[in-house]
Write a protein that binds this ligand. Structure first.
Ligand SMILES: [Mg+2]
Length: 143
């Protein structure tokens, strides 16, 4: 049986390319944010256009023990797989990210706002307020 959860559990999915600093192209989110979220006990993983094996290899290379990896259209399944999570968040850089996140009932955080938001609140993931809204970053998302 899983350990009891004492804090509000977030499930955070990160895109890679255009989102993470190690992506191609690089994005603004450093892997330290992912480590911090994992250390805080949240469910952290990846939804990217890359193959699952490529995702796992890349995160492993960066020392991040993520709990899920897959394509963006598989986000919906995560809601059933991690029912203890109280918020489901996908961080990405494109309309595709937004479309799949919204379709799966996830909050979509555009990466430009998310990087600054996480930098500000990264020590206290449990008390994160509403994340950056997609509409705040709409112009960037059109790039
Ligand atoms: Mg991307």
């Amino acid at each position: 049986m899983d350990k009891p959860t004492l804090v509000p559990l977030l499930l955070i999915s990160f895109d890679i390319d255009g989102t993470m600093t190690f992506g191609d192209p690089p994005g603004p989110v450093p892997v330290s944010f992912v480590h911090a979220a994992i250390d805080a006990g949240h469910v952290v993983g990846c939804a990217s256009d890359r193959t699952r094996s490529a995702q796992l290899a890349l995160w492993s290379e960066h020392g991040a023990a993520i709990q899920f990896a897959g394509h963006k259209h598989q986000l919906t399944a995560l809601r059933e797989r991690f029912p203890a999570a109280v918020r489901f968040i996908h961080v990405g850089d494109t309309h595709v990210d937004e479309r799949y996140a919204t379709a799966a009932g996830f909050e979509f955080w555009h990466v430009d706002g998310a990087a600054a938001f996480l930098a500000h609140d990264w020590l206290d993931f449990n008390h994160l307020g509403p994340g950056p809204r997609a509409s705040d970053a709409q112009q960037d998302a059109r790039h």
